[in-house]
Design a protein around this ligand. Structure first.
Ligand SMILES: Cc1ncc(COP(=O)(O)O)c(C=O)c1O
Length: 480
């Protein structure tokens, strides 16, 4: 069937107006408590009809940006209260533990793309946020211009122009890296898997942050490793003292860590902490697997420097991909394994031989000509805005006493509900309403996060999404 690709229709005027006012609020030009111009005056100022302003104000009101005060007008609503309590940090673990089999992760992932479900479970941005049409055109052109690419194996570590582009971007982020230090992988998942295999053997112990990305725990389990969980704060990331203690008390073969916008906490380690962490790891001669997949999704001015920027002796195996920024389906990731380059290269060879050049070249051509930085700016804005709307709605609809992370990047929220709420039960109940969630049980090998939940905020905010957040809140309140 031939499908015609039509340009997206321009947004209605009232949506445009609402967006521009949101921008003024975000920038602080319009502050909490400020009265907006009256409907009539705004119509005159912006040269639009009164009904357009009314629709825009209603939209902003529905989205929680402004509130109508009877006989007074529209006012900018207070932002998230600065004293919104944040999730609490877990306690250190006494001894290493095996990772139990858990079918929950597979269930959450399999429902992620089922259109019948509201996707709060897996950390997947909505496909509308990716430049899929442009990528599809580039992919077609790559095949058309050089069909022989489909007839050859990918035998090298990386498609050279792609590796150079990735290295150039790291240099801009303050992390000089040679393009020949990179192995292109099938997503970040393969990069993590190869890195872990390069520095451990079955039965070894590795350390992870807690709460940990469940993909870490699944990979650790599949390689028959044991795990020590290290307390991690919602703001500044892994606790340095606890890391030192863990390395001193256990025979830890590697640390897996997400210094920039961790999943699920969204924490972002300050540079000074990264430097100290690196020194601790050097002191105990421990390799570190750094997952940097959310590093480009910062809301502040600057991209955080990866821990790899401090790596003077090649102990950091930096892993990432374009899965959260450009195209999850192309499965193009990479690993900069430092002194383990040769081992990772050989493991890649035995694992999947090479990552298809057609896919690498598609990404490379997009990076070089497709306006990647412009696209990144737009998704960062979208994620930031969505996190804000989700946070407001969670505070409005979830039980009193709910704690919430405040990420400065990425698109997931970590929510700690009052102790009486069991999020595994909540997950089951929510499925009956066609809502998927990621219960706390997924993020630890211990029963630490019974009342916690990770929310995927990568879905654009609509009335249906708000209704689903409200439903989750009501189901949680029923448990109390
Ligand atoms: C922290 C983290 N690392 C890695 C991955 C997997 O990345 P990829 O899709 O590139 O394999 C994800 C996906 O959710 C993730 O959240």
């Amino acid at each position: 069937m031939i499908q015609t690709l039509s340009a997206p229709a321009p947004a209605p005027l009232y949506v445009e107006l609402a967006r521009s006012l949101e921008h003024l609020i975000e920038q602080g030009t319009l502050r909490p408590g400020h009265r907006l111009p009256s409907v009539r005056r705004m119509a005159l100022q912006r040269d639009v009809s009164i009904s357009t302003v009314l629709q825009a104000y209603t939209l902003l009101e529905n989205r929680g940006w402004i509130e109508a005060r009877p006989q007074s007008g529209y006012y900018v609503r207070p932002r998230l209260p600065m004293d919104t309590p944040e999730p609490r940090m877990a306690k250190p673990m006494a001894k290493p533990s095996a990772v139990g089999v858990n079918d929950l992760a597979a269930e959450v992932l399999s429902l992620a793309t089922d259109p019948r479900y509201v996707p709060f479970g897996a950390a997947c941005p909505d496909p509308s946020l990716f430049p899929t049409k442009k990528l599809a055109r580039i992919l077609a052109a790559v095949g058309r211009n050089d069909p022989s690419l489909l007839g050859r194996y990918a035998m090298s570590l990386a498609y050279d122009p792609l590796a150079r582009e990735i290295a150039r971007r790291y240099l801009q982020a303050g992390c000089p890296l040679g393009h020949d230090e990179l192995v292109v992988t099938t997503g970040c998942t393969e990069a993590l898997n190869l890195s872990l295999r390069a520095v451990t053997k079955p039965g070894d112990t590795v350390a992870v942050e807690t709460p940990a990305y469940f993909g870490f725990l699944e990979t650790i389990q599949s390689l028959n490793l044991r795990v020590v969980e290290i307390p991690t704060g919602p703001r500044t990331g892994i606790c340095l003292d606890a890391t030192r203690d863990a390395l001193a008390n256990h025979d830890i073969k590697a640390l897996m860590v997400m210094p920039s916008f961790s999943n699920p906490l969204g924490s972002n380690m300050p540079d000074a902490n990264k430097e100290k962490l690196y020194r601790i790891l050097a002191e105990f001669d421990t390799p570190v697997i750094e997952d940097d997949i959310y590093g480009d999704l910062h809301f502040g001015e600057r991209r955080p420097k990866p821990l790899k920027a401090w790596d003077t002796d090649g102990r950091v195996l930096l892993c990432s991909s374009f899965g959260k920024t450009l195209a999850p389906a192309l499965r193009v990731g990479w690993c900069a394994p430092g002194r383990y380059l040769e081992r990772v290269r050989r493991l890649k060879f035995t694992n999947t031989l090479g990552t298809p050049v057609v896919l690498q070249k598609t990404v490379s051509d997009f990076l070089r000509n497709g306006g990647f930085d412009h696209h990144l700016r737009s998704i960062r804005r979208a994620y930031h805005h969505q996190l804000h709307l989700f946070s407001q709605a969670i505070l409005r609809y979830f039980p009193e006493g709910t704690r919430l992370s405040r990420p400065e990047g990425g698109f997931v929220l970590w929510v700690e509900l009052p102790a009486g709420v069991d999020t595994l039960r909540l997950h089951r109940e929510a499925l009956k309403h066609h809502i998927t969630t990621a219960p706390g049980a997924l993020f630890s090998v211990k029963d630490r996060y019974k009342s916690c939940l990770r929310m995927n905020c990568g879905v654009p905010w609509t009335d249906a999404i708000e209704a689903a957040v409200r439903t989750l809140g009501e189901l949680a309140k029923k448990q109390l």
